[in-house]
Design a protein around this ligand. Structure first.
Ligand SMILES: *Cc1c(COP(=O)(O)O)cnc(C)c1O
Length: 390
């Protein structure tokens, strides 16, 4: 592979000394679990998101699971989310004993379709998890209005939207709480697994604070059935270094995305839609084409680390058993998972790399008649459903 999907080595290279220094500091101090670095990172990330609290945990999955438990989700409760997400969103609901209820995504972006959410509500519904997929916020005004009308908790899955905004406010601060992952490949990533929950709710924050640490606020006194899911000091120290660069990286991703739009102007693909009132942070640059599998093969043969996020929607995973259900029909989800393709993007992808990728995509997708591989593999869509993106 010559152009990886995300080039972490290149991203970290200029920060190597600073990161080493931060890690050395933790080793000298020896406070590896919930130490000063964790406290400082929590304060800094809460300030960055515009929330009162941030609680560091072990991963994005843990962040979602713990916050769902914190708002009282358990057996018999339904939580609505979308089928086109990473499996962790649904898994978190399953881990509480609750029922994931999967709905379709909206035809313009890839977020929860508010109309589908409304139709999925029953008297068992307790919460909604909007997933801000690929780096762009869901229509949170609509989701919050539905939640308010039905008395539901809104927990944002902000694992792909560090720094993204909706109407000027950061993702994660738009509902009752937001869950983040700092998996290395995310827009803000640790050097291992890590996650966090942000919220303005004091009671929820203090419940989570004790729940992540064996359910104890005071050592060896356990008030709730807690978890061992603590952000460790070394990861927090690394995250503090990287957080200082996050805004600059978000801007670089947007600039790279604009460059792709120019470079792909002649390609016969749909480009990602930029919805109004939002700053997209392009965790992924997802294009669509009817001839996706052949294009993916071609890019991989050329050493380009393109990928599919995600090839199998949650409702078709073996892990999605009788503990969950699908509400309505997932027309958009079924179609998009056949057509989506993520092109390499990161703050440090070079212009030359982008030109190479765009040239491959353009030459492949515009060779309509000459290339037998570009014959559509499934029936054409009805005209009314056809949309031009970009
Ligand atoms: C990465 C991700 C998660 C899970 O995060 P982990 O840190 O890997 O547990 C959850 N939801 C979404 C949308 C993600 O992209």
């Amino acid at each position: 592979m010559t152009i990886p999907l995300v080039n972490l080595a290149r991203l970290h290279h200029p920060l190597t000394d600073e990161i080493r220094g931060a890690i050395d500091g933790v080793i000298r101090k020896g406070d590896f679990i919930l130490g000063d670095e964790v406290k400082s990172f929590e304060e800094e990330f809460a300030a960055y998101c515009g929330t009162k609290h941030c609680i560091g945990v072990g991963s994005g999955l843990d962040a979602l699971t713990i916050v769902l438990r914190g708002v009282g989700i358990g057996p018999g409760d339904e939580v609505i989310t979308c089928a086109n997400t990473f499996v962790a969103t649904a898994l978190a609901i399953q881990h509480t004993g609750g029922t994931p209820v999967l709905v379709d995504h909206d035809p313009k972006g890839y977020g929860l379709d508010p109309q589908c959410v409304k139709e999925a509500i029953t008297d068992r519904t307790k919460a909604i998890i909007p997933v801000h997929l690929y780096g762009q916020a869901v229509d949170m005004d609509e989701i919050n209005a539905i939640a308010k009308e039905h008395g539901l908790a809104v927990i944002e899955d902000a694992c792909q939207t560090h720094g993204a905004t909706y109407k000027g406010r950061r993702c994660g601060s738009l509902g009752r709480a937001g869950a983040f992952s700092f998996y290395p490949g995310k827009n803000l990533g640790a050097l291992g697994d890590a996650g966090a929950i942000v919220t303005n709710d004091d009671d929820l924050a203090s419940w989570i604070r004790s729940a992540r640490n064996y359910g104890s606020a005071q050592k060896y006194y356990h008030t709730v059935q807690g978890f061992n899911s603590r952000l460790d000091s070394i990861q927090a120290a690394v995250l503090r270094v990287k957080l200082r660069h996050l805004d600059e990286w978000c801007a670089a991703r947007r600039e790279r995305a604009d460059r792709y739009r120019t470079l792909l102007a002649e390609a016969d693909v749909e480009l990602p839609v930029q919805l109004p009132d939002r700053d997209h942070v392009y965790h992924l640059f997802v294009i669509r084409t009817r001839n996706r599998d052949a294009l993916l093969t071609r890019l991989r043969e050329s050493g380009i680390g393109a990928a599919i996020h995600y090839p199998v929607p949650v409702h078709r995973q073996a892990s999605f058993d009788a503990s969950g259900r699908v509400a309505g029909v997932l027309t958009e989800t079924e179609r998009s998972c056949e057509e989506i393709l993520s092109l390499p993007i990161c703050p440090c992808i070079s212009d030359q790399e982008m030109v190479t990728i765009a040239r491959e995509v353009t030459s492949f997708t515009t060779k309509k008649v000459a290339d037998p591989r570009s014959v559509p593999t499934h029936a054409p869509r009805p005209q009314s459903r056809r949309r031009k993106r970009g």
